[in-house]
Design a protein around this ligand. Sequence first.
Ligand code: FMN
Length: 235
Amino acid sequence: MSNVPDARQQEQEQDERQESFRRLLRSLPVWDTELPHFDPAAAPDDPLPLFQQWLSDAARAGTPEPHTMSLATVGATGRPSVRTVMLHDADERGWHFATHRTSRKGRELAARPEAALGFYWPAVGRQVRIQGTVTAADAAESRADLGKRSPGALAAALVGHQSEELSSYAELERASEAAWERARREPDAPVDSWTLYVLAADEVEFFQGDARRRHVRLVYRRTGPGSWTTGLLWP
Ligand SMILES: Cc1cc2nc3c(=O)[nH]c(=O)nc-3n(C[C@H](O)[C@H](O)[C@H](O)COP(=O)(O)O)c2cc1C
C-alpha cells in the first residue's frame, strides 16, 4: 500500500485545517480588558493634541510599537495598497514618515499625493484614521531625519532597491553586510532616495472601543488652515 495520501484524504485534511482555523478566529478575544472612557464633548478643537495624548496613553498601557501605522496609497489604476511604516513625528504640519522615493509607495505618492494612515492600539481599544495630502520634504530635511535614526535604520536605507524584485536572499545578505559596514564607517552616509513625507490631514477619526459595542467615533474635518469641525459617527 502506498503512503501517499489520496485526493480524498488531502481534501479531508484541508477541511480540518480550515475548520480549526475558523475555530481559532472565533475563540480570539477582543476588548476583554478594562477600556478607558472617552468623552467626545471634552475633546480639543484640534485633532493633534488628542492624537498625541492617545499615542502616549497607548504606550503607557503597554501597546508594543504604538508608533507603527498602516499607510495606504493608491496606484495608477485606482487600486489601493497598504503597508506598515513608522511614525517619525506629528506636529502642526502633519504626520511624518520616511521611505524610499523609488519604492512602490514612493512612486504611488509621486503620481497621486494622497494617503490614509491607520493606527490600532488594542491595549486601550482605540483606533485612529487619518487621511490627507502628502508632501515630500526637501533633501536636507530628509537627510536630517535619517541622521536622527538608529544605525540599523541607516543600514536598512543604504541597502536600497526597496520594492524591486530580489533574485535570491543571498543577494540581500551580501548587500546588507556591505550596508552595515558602511553605516558603521560613515554614520552620515547619504541615501539619496530616502525621503521624509508629511501627510497634512483633512480628516482625522478617533474610535474608542466599548465592551458593550457602544463605540465612540469622533471625526474631525478640516474647514480651513488650523480650523476643524467635529461630529459623531454611528459605529
Ligand atoms: C513594524 C514595521 C515598520 C516599518 N517601517 C517602515 C518605514 O518606516 N519605512 C519603510 O519604508 N518601510 C517600513 N517597513 C516596511 C514596509 O512595511 C514595506 O514592506 C516597505 O516599505 C515596502 O513597501 P512598498 O513596496 O509598498 O513601497 C516597516 C515594516 C514593519 C513591519
